[in-house]
Design a protein around this ligand. Sequence first.
Ligand SMILES: [Zn+2]
Length: 398
Amino acid sequence: MSSYRELLRRTKDEIVEIDTPAARDRTDAIFVDVRERDEWDEGHIPGAVHVPRGNLESRIENAVPDRDTEVVLYCASGARSAFAAKSLGELGYTNVASLAGGFADWKRNGFDVDLPRVLSPEKRARYSRHLAIPEVGEEGQLKLLDSRILILGAGGLGSPAALYLAAAGVGHIGIIDADIVDESNLQRQIAHSLNTLGTPKVDSAKRTIEALNPDVEVKTYRERLSSENIDRILDDGWEIIVDGTDNFPTRYLVNDASVWRGIPVVHGSIYRFEGQVTVFKPGTPGSAVGQGNGARASDGGPCYRCLYASPPPPELAPSCAEGGVLGVLPGIVGTLQTNEAIKLALGIGDPLVGRLLMFDALGTDFHEVRINRKPDCPVCGEHPTITEYVDYVEFCSR
Ligand SMILES: [Zn+2]
């Protein structure tokens, strides 16, 4: 029987140890950090891969497939990495060294250290179902927590959007709505309840979000969007807009602002049993209005004005009488919009750019039509004719 000290000494005799300056000079080597996750999370050597000692034998082939690769193993002080080096030798790795003095000595020498941003244990638990999806993972969850999504309207479409964006851990949610919660809203606007009847919808939605997820910072705008306030609101840095409004003056205003600023808009609309969703992400028209970020006009899909260049003439305008809607329909359309917004925030999947998705609740039928960017669009086209906000007056056919 040998003591731990003797075992470590004998192991060190059988492996190659290098000191910290020599390790730093091994620029072609793969550095493998064999410490535990919490140690890795507190900082590690830049470019290192993390394979905890306990999983070394089973995971090293994935991390370092070629057994002739130059490998530098390290732990906190050089003991665990010494045993790890011996194991790798037994697995047939031919060029393995253990860092004497470990990460502690690396830091003492003042060499570069990567301090990763990581989720706290509480957040790891809350978002564990996201972390289990490789397309999201910890990196994606951190992206969501950093993301800034503005919801227009805290009504039928805005309610499910607010709830699911908050649940997903979108860290910054803005809500614009000037109305107060009314009894007739509760048939579908699930962010509100009897407890908030008569209070501003933005405050009611904020309360609901805060009860669901304290990670979310909610910014409320109790106002009607207009050419007067849209720049002030968008200057707050919103990266994605979920449009749950139901009037065309707002739609045009948001469209024009978002084209000029390069902000994607997830559009949704509902009527009785029918819903529509699409993503307007036209890129920016570049120099046309001097606000673009340099993207070319060929980037991205159509904008709202590519479909409807200007509002309809009064005789064709929709009736302003309150339209009926099946209560669950905004839930379906609003969650589809939320799906698009989350994909855009994560940069994954195929967003509904240039595709109008239509849903018929009675037939439970989805179908999709292509919508194209128009080169002569007055806002995102090659020769834009609209370069400042137009305030349309909302008018109705009766
Ligand atoms: Zn357009």
